[in-house]
Design a protein around this ligand. Structure first.
Ligand code: NAP
Length: 249
């Protein structure tokens, strides 16, 4: 079993992919700084980690979180920018500014805010790995997903620019772009409607959060001269965001 004594900071670790990453990095012996708005869930699941309240949409929360994480665990080696959400499936003509803002503020501006607080420390130490959880939604749009897809597409030039801007400093940037993963994602998207959320995964075999965490850990455990630019990972039963093979029950 590989082991690594590194400081890994994960946003949105109270559920789904972020929590799976936290479990896998913990198993490798990493020091963890975990953030989410639901601090109670973080503390219950990860009693041995540095858990702290974090709202990536609030600049003051991000600043406080990063400062406390460095004080607790030292320089950050790996940042997993995972916190994100889709809200609703309204077409553009029927959408609301509230849901659009929530997605863009979390998925794009939140990620930028977090990254800009962490990058200077990584550049100072000439070491660091930024992992971004994108989505196949950033590669292909679908009806009712325009703003979510746009928020994920935006991450691609952001990753490219960071690679260019940090060239020569030893910093790595990896985007992990999953297809359908069974997490609380659909419950959040459908505003707590459990039946509607369950239907998303009906009759098909989605990825698990651990399948995605496997990719994140694989990227983070390559030798320092190897940067995995992007990993696109899909369920075998999915060919595009809305093309999913389902067995009829
Ligand atoms: N599930 C999929 O099919 C899928 C596919 C492709 C990409 N993704 C991406 O994967 C990432 C993780 O999603 P998931 O599937 O694991 O969904 P999830 O189970 O709903 O987890 C989302 C996590 O993000 C956190 N979060 C949301 N808003 C936040 C904020 N303002 N500040 C801090 N944390 C926040 C949530 O924590 P709190 O609510 O406690 O703050 C939660 O821990 C997202 O970026 C999503 O877009 C998911």
């Amino acid at each position: 079993m590989r082991s690594m004594n590194r400081h890994v900071l994960i946003t949105g670790a109270s559920s789904g992919i972020g929590a799976a990453c936290a479990r896998q990095f913990a198993a490798l012996g990493c020091r963890l700084s975990l953030g989410a708005r639901r601090l109670d869930r973080l503390r219950e699941a990860f009693p041995n980690a540095h858990c702290d309240e974090l709202d990536v949409t609030k600049s003051t929360s991000v600043e406080r979180f990063v400062t406390a994480a460095i004080a607790a665990n030292g320089p950050i080696d790996v940042l997993v920018n995972n916190a994100g959400l889709a809200r609703g499936v309204e077409k553009i003509a029927e959408g609301t500014g509230e849901a659009w803002r929530e997605m863009i503020e979390t998925n794009v501006l939140g990620l930028l805010e977090m990254t800009r607080r962490v990058l200077p420390h990584m550049m100072q130490h000439k070491n660091g790995h930024i992992v971004v959880i994108g989505s196949i939604a950033g590669h292909k749009a679908y009806v009712g997903g325009g703003v979510y897809c746009g928020s994920k597409r935006a991450l691609q030039p952001i990753c490219e620019a960071i690679r260019m801007e940090t060239l020569g400093s030893g910093i790595r940037v990896t985007s992990v772009d999953p297809g359908m993963v069974e997490t609380e994602f659909s419950l959040v998207r459908f505003r707590g409607d459990q039946d509607r959320a369950a239907k998303v995964y009906d009759g098909t075999r989605p990825l698990t959060a651990d399948d995605v965490a496997d990719c994140v850990v694989f990227a983070a455990t390559r030798p320092p001269h190897v940067n995995l630019d992007s990993i696109v990972v899909m369920p075998t039963d999915q060919a595009s965001p809305q093309m999913v093979h389902r067995t009829v029950n």
